[in-house]
Design a protein around this ligand. Structure first.
Ligand SMILES: Cc1ncc(COP(=O)(O)O)c(C=O)c1O
Length: 490
């Protein structure tokens, strides 16, 4: 069967053409069962991915060697593939696996919830689980960040964040400041403040936005001063897609003061850096300041469920949705606060503290950062910078687009124009192939390897990553690029 065919049973075709449909004539379409999906081989999986999910994405998977792998199970820091190979996970589901894969307490909580046949959908009746999760998040959040909206993705939480800010700021102040190289999600509203041409494409987005360089307090002050229509500023506390970029503590303190002075609401996007990843629950806690609105997602779901939250200060909430007339503008979507996802998030928050994972992110993250900085000192011509906080670390390579040997340049650019000169793709592919280590990349800076391991990561895992990187870089750039090219033409 080719990827593009869509086989249907003869019966199913007959039903489509039938003039009148009797209930007895409803025939089950040819569908794959759960057990068959588990047993599917790589070739069939690839065919179906191409036919029904994203044929273009396969190109990138091939470049990185991901296309040969079928994950069978996953536990703790490791994926296990169809050949029993254990892959050390420093990709961490782009930061959604704080507890590692299939944490025992999460599985147990979910199994119990299922066995007890608890209710899930929280639309008609209130949910004790959603209420408890909102309470717990308010307990964790500093200051009067007390009002919680539950959704299913980071984008949805960020949509809720910009909506509440816009309503609280009022109709005379609809403009939103955002940063260069920001990433806030791919849904249509937040695309307007996501700074990637690739994602924005030709979509028609709202133009009530003002773009400033990340971390440039003077540019922000100029914007606030010159444009009284600005009502909110949205910033990732640590930029993820931009290449793990931080601003100094004094930037955040001045930002808080400026927002207070001009009456602008500060929205902190903590979707990637939050839930303990930076070594504090919220990354803004490092700077002793509190935003007006924030959002978390990813690891909040414990690696097993889709859960996201927007958290706002009570006065911001009351201005936006505080009356019976306005309340329903904001009520959760169908799956907001769904039962099993809520109890998964409740248990996740408990595990984070019970197992000291936030502290581990700070301590072992620091150890990893130091080891990578030593690697940079060993390979200063290859590694340009190592930076980050906790388990949110970026390793930036020098740009080799102009320094690769002439013979390699056309071959490399033929393989993929975007990877040209970006050692991170080559290193990532070979780390996986030769050392069984998985790393991630960043949206906008192709020279950066992004490390977002589970917060259960121990020194031995950090050592394995750094030793693998050391061994690989020791081969030299030309050998790495040649090896990569060879693996692609095979
Ligand atoms: C900072 C930030 N905001 C928002 C999002 C969107 O989250 P999601 O992919 O869950 O919609 C992401 C996702 O990577 C993110 O990193």
């Amino acid at each position: 069967m080719t990827a593009m065919t869509k086989p249907k049973t003869d019966d199913a075709r007959a039903v489509v053409n039938a003039p009148a449909l009797s209930p007895a004539a409803i025939v089950k379409p040819a569908m794959i069962s759960v057990e068959e999906s588990k047993a599917m081989d790589v070739a069939r999986m690839t065919d179906l991915f191409k036919a029904h999910l994203n044929p273009g994405q396969l190109h990138f998977m091939k470049l990185l060697g991901f296309h040969k792998i079928k994950i069978e199970t996953a536990e703790g820091m490791f994926y296990v593939d169809q050949n029993g190979r254990r892959i050390l996970d420093f990709f961490g589901g782009f930061g959604s696996l704080a507890l590692g894969h299939n944490h025992k307490r999460i599985i147990a909580a979910r199994e119990k919830f299922q066995d007890e046949k608890r209710h899930e959908i929280a639309i008609a009746f209130m949910s004790q689980y959603a209420a408890a999760l909102a309470h717990n998040l308010a307990q964790i959040a500093p200051g009067d960040l007390d009002m919680v909206f539950l959704g299913s993705s980071g984008s949805e939480a960020m949509e809720a964040a910009i909506k509440i800010a816009e309503r609280a700021a009022g109709p005379k102040r609809p403009k939103v400041v955002y940063a260069e190289n920001s990433f806030h999600g791919k849904t249509k509203g937040v695309l307007a403040i996501t700074d990637g041409q690739l994602y924005r494409g030709e979509f028609k987005l709202t133009d009530n936005t003002v773009r400033v360089p990340f971390g440039d307090i003077d540019a922000i002050e100029r914007a606030f001063k010159s444009d009284p229509e600005i009502g909110a500023i949205v910033l990732e506390t640590i930029q993820g897609g931009g290449g793990i970029v931080q601003a100094p503590a004094e930037f955040w303190q001045k930002l808080r003061a400026l927002c207070d002075q001009y009456g602008v609401l500060w929205v902190a996007d903590e979707v990637q850096c939050g839930v303990g990843r930076s070594g504090r629950f919220f990354a803004f806690e490092h700077y002793g300041v509190v935003p007006d609105v924030t959002a978390v997602a990813k690891s909040l779901g414990g690696g097993k469920s889709a859960m996201a939250a927007m958290i706002a200060k009570r006065d911001v909430y009351m201005k936006a949705y505080g009356t019976p007339k306005t309340a329903m503008i904001h009520a959760a979507a169908t799956f907001g606060g769904i039962g099993e996802a809520s109890i998964t998030a409740i248990e996740t928050l408990h595990v984070l503290y019970d197992e000291g994972l936030i502290e581990n992110a700070a301590v072992t993250g620091d150890y990893l950062l130091n080891r990578l900085q030593a690697l940079q000192a060993k390979y200063p011509k290859i590694i340009k910078d190592v930076r980050g906080k906790g388990f949110m670390i970026g390793l930036e390579f020098h740009d080799f687009s102009q320094t690769l040997p002439m013979v390699l340049r056309p071959v490399v650019s033929m393989l993929d124009d975007k990877l040209k000169g970006s050692l991170s793709g080559f290193v990532g592919a070979l780390l996986l192939r030769d050392y069984d280590v998985l790393v991630a990349f960043t949206e906008y800076n192709r020279n950066v390897i992004r490390l977002l391991p589970p917060l259960i990561c121990q020194r031995e895992h950090a050592d394995r990553l750094v030793d693998a990187m050391d061994s690989l870089l020791g081969r030299g750039i030309v050998a790495i690029v040649k090896d990569f090219v060879k693996s692609q033409v095979k």
